[in-house]
Design a protein around this ligand. Structure first.
Ligand SMILES: Cc1ncc(COP(=O)(O)O)c(C=O)c1O
Length: 413
């Protein structure tokens, strides 16, 4: 009997990372010596789930009115303001005054991506995604009746492949008028790659040249891991300040993740921030995404919004949180240095890595490598011709241990 639609028939959740992380969690519950490097969540040096103290402090201060009532589909104002100030940093006033800026609460960064996909392309059109990528983008595209095509992240020297970005946009413009170009930077998932500021400036030049009234470009900036860039907050916000150079034919949507920035994974809170020089485009952004919010999930977690509004918007929480995130970035950096050094020692090749939650190791037989590692009580994420190691969730000691084991798995699997 055909109950589901033709479109729904093809739906098979391929989120193998979530699936593999459940297996790893169960294995670790039974045996504490299991190493769980499957998923992008922060764990401390004892491999216990990490919670920011400032977030916990705010959590304890919230009353029922700030947790349980309905609010609205756009999100409460203190949340939207606090997120915008956090995202734009010292450039907030500029974007608020000189550009058209709108903020909408979303269920995680995922909600921001999905809303953008549903409002900026017609059914059957394609989004332009990075390769390699966080594979959930493709499911989000399908859910919104879209296809996808990819641009290569890296050239032969491991640099950001601006040439391929350019050619991919030009090719897609032959098929459809509007382009959604998705970029996940810094600390790209799954590789840990980060663009340099001059690469961003070149990218902005390319987008400006290729965008026109007939061919508008929506730049979807997936900034989920921005606060773990080892170059620090001022550096990353300087890069964002360069978005002011994008012309009136470009709409920039920034996807903020409360999961990653504040460790609020299960609360499902994030935001989409639209900036444009075109007032009408800004109003359409607000209307269409507010409509999507109401139609898809009605509104976001009140609890999550008040938590973030207070941590990012009120003292002493904000200062405390800024200090904590610096500490966390520092321990992630230490872990990555240990891991990458050890990879060099055992001659294990990784995808171009600069910093962040993950390191990716290319391999032909990722599932076999995964299976071999499981026999050694190590759980990683097979991601299709590569395995991804979540260094965010394993101790320094395990960062030192793993490259040798992975090398062995590559040789034996
Ligand atoms: C690259 C990237 N973008 C966005 C997200 C969305 O996360 P969330 O919806 O939990 O904010 C993730 C989560 O893993 C991710 O890796």
């Amino acid at each position: 009997m055909d109950f589901v639609t033709k479109h729904a028939k093809n739906k098979k959740d391929n989120s193998s990372i979530i699936f593999k992380s459940v297996i790893a969690k169960e294995a670790k519950a039974k045996d504490k010596s299991v190493i769980n490097a499957t998923i992008g969540m922060l764990y401390d040096e004892n491999e216990e789930f990490y919670t920011f103290k400032s977030v916990k402090d705010v959590d304890l201060s919230l009353n029922n009115e700030q947790k349980f009532p309905y609010t609205n589909s756009v999100g409460i104002k203190p949340f939207c303001d606090a997120v915008a100030k956090w995202v734009f940093g010292s450039y907030y006033d500029y974007f608020k005054e000189q550009e058209n800026l709108e903020v909408i609460a979303t269920p995680g960064g995922s909600g921001a991506i999905s809303n953008a996909f549903s409002n900026y392309l017609n059914p059957g059109e394609k989004v332009l995604l990075p390769d390699p990528m966080w594979t959930n983008y493709t499911q989000m595209a399908y859910e919104n009746h879209l296809g996808y095509t990819t641009y290569k992240m890296f050239d032969d020297n491991g640099n950001f492949n601006l040439q391929d970005v350019k050619e991919s946009i030009i090719n897609l413009q032959k098929e459809q008028n509007r382009i959604i170009f998705v970029i996940n930077d810094p600390c790209h998932n799954p590789t840990g790659f980060c663009l340099e500021r001059n690469e961003w400036q070149e990218l902005i030049n390319i987008i400006n040249k290729l965008a026109s009234k007939e061919h508008p470009i929506i730049l979807f900036y997936d900034m989920a891991y921005i606060d773990y860039d080892k170059r620090g907050q001022e550096f990353t916000r300087q890069t964002i300040s360069d978005f002011r150079l994008l012309n009136q034919n470009v709409l920039t949507i920034l996807g903020f993740s409360g999961s990653k920035t504040l460790g609020l994974y299960g609360i499902r809170i994030g935001a989409m921030l639209g900036i444009t020089k075109d007032k009408k485009a800004s109003l359409e952004f607000l209307d269409s995404c507010q409509y999507s919010a109401r139609a898809k999930y009605s509104m976001c977690s009140t609890y999550g919004m008040y938590l973030i509004a207070k941590v990012l918007g009120e003292e002493p929480y904000l200062t405390n949180f800024k200090n904590e995130i610096k500490e966390v970035s520092a321990f992630i950096k230490e872990r990555s240095e240990i891991f990458i050094n050890e990879c060099k020692n055992v001659n294990l090749k990784t995808e171009p890595f600069k910093c962040g939650f993950f390191v990716t190791i290319p391999c032909q037989n990722d599932e076999a490598v995964y299976d071999y590692l499981v026999t050694k009580k190590v759980h990683v994420a097979p991601v299709g011709n590569a395995i991804r190691v979540a260094i965010c969730s394993i101790s320094k000691e395990h960062c030192k241990l793993l490259p040798k084991l992975i090398k062995e798995a590559l040789l034996k699997a």
